[in-house]
Design a protein around this ligand. Structure first.
Ligand code: ATP
Ligand code: MG
Length: 223
């Protein structure tokens, strides 16, 4: 779309150590994310999966070792460049006080309604939106706290599909979804996969089935 995609040739963690404080969180983590592949990361709660994604986006700098995108240390990439390369679905989707459409368009305000709908379809969200009083123009504030965890999560996934960055980082994107919705999203990820590189964090074996390579995290180490 638009041909403005930054070139991306994969990500690499080289012997990454990291801690938030005194406790070591990642301990010599090395892993490769080859271009065009879906890399799964599984492991118990607290093993460091979300931390790993955050280091790939340079939310934090590594203690020692290096994180590279397209062969360049992330410390040498500015924020605008990282934003063009990466889309991130967090474990908890934050919604803004605006319409459903604008909530999906965060970061892609130029997108057309057609593009927003296409992203919502891939995120198994379109049919739900059609049931709302004003469809895509429904204000999330009017819905109060009535959006379920899974509906919020699918808004996060639709954002990522719309953002259209070459490197997609997904933190438990389907943890609150039924298997039908999860299946739609995983199928869309598979189909998109040809043009994108994806890191997919999940506890679920059904989700990991879509990955080409699976790394398991255990107390800050990968195997
Ligand atoms: P889950 O499956 O529950 O999401 P996770 O594998 O994603 O877990 P992380 O969120 O990476 O785990 O957390 C790894 C460790 O780092 C945990 O012990 C956690 O308490 C700690 N931790 C995470 N974020 C911070 C932070 N901002 N400050 C201090 N400690 C943190
Ligand atoms: Mg996590």
């Amino acid at each position: 779309s638009g041909g403005k995609k930054a070139a991306f040739t994969g990500a690499e963690c080289r012997k990454v150590d990291f801690s938030y404080g005194a406790e070591p969180i990642l301990d010599g983590v090395s892993l490769s994310v080859p271009e065009g592949r879906i890399v799964g990361v599984s492991g118990r709660s607290g093993s460091g999966k979300s931390t790993l994604l955050k280091l790939l986006m340079r939310f934090w700098d590594v203690g020692s070792g290096a994180v590279e995108l397209s062969g360049t240390d992330v410390k040498e990439l500015n924020t605008a460049c990282l934003r063009d390369l990466e889309s991130y679905v967090t474990q908890e989707t934050i919604l803004f006080h605006d319409t459903i459409e604008n909530n999906i368009k965060i970061g892609r305000l130029d997108a057309t309604r057609e593009q927003v709908e296409a992203a919502a379809k891939k995120a198994a969200l379109h049919e739900f939106i059609l049931t709302l009083p004003q469809g895509y123009d429904t204000h999330v504030g009017e819905l109060g706290d009535t959006l379920s965890g899974g509906e919020r999560q699918r808004i996060g996934v639709a954002r990522a599909f719309l953002h259209d960055a070459p490197f997609l980082l997904l933190d438990e994107p389907t943890s609150n979804l039924d298997s039908l919705s999860e299946g739609i999203i995983l199928k869309a990820l598979r189909e998109e996969g040809a043009g994108r590189t994806i890191v997919l964090v999940s506890h679920r074996a059904s989700t990991m089935g879509v990955a080409d390579i699976v790394y398991k995290m255990n107390s800050g180490r990968v195997s």
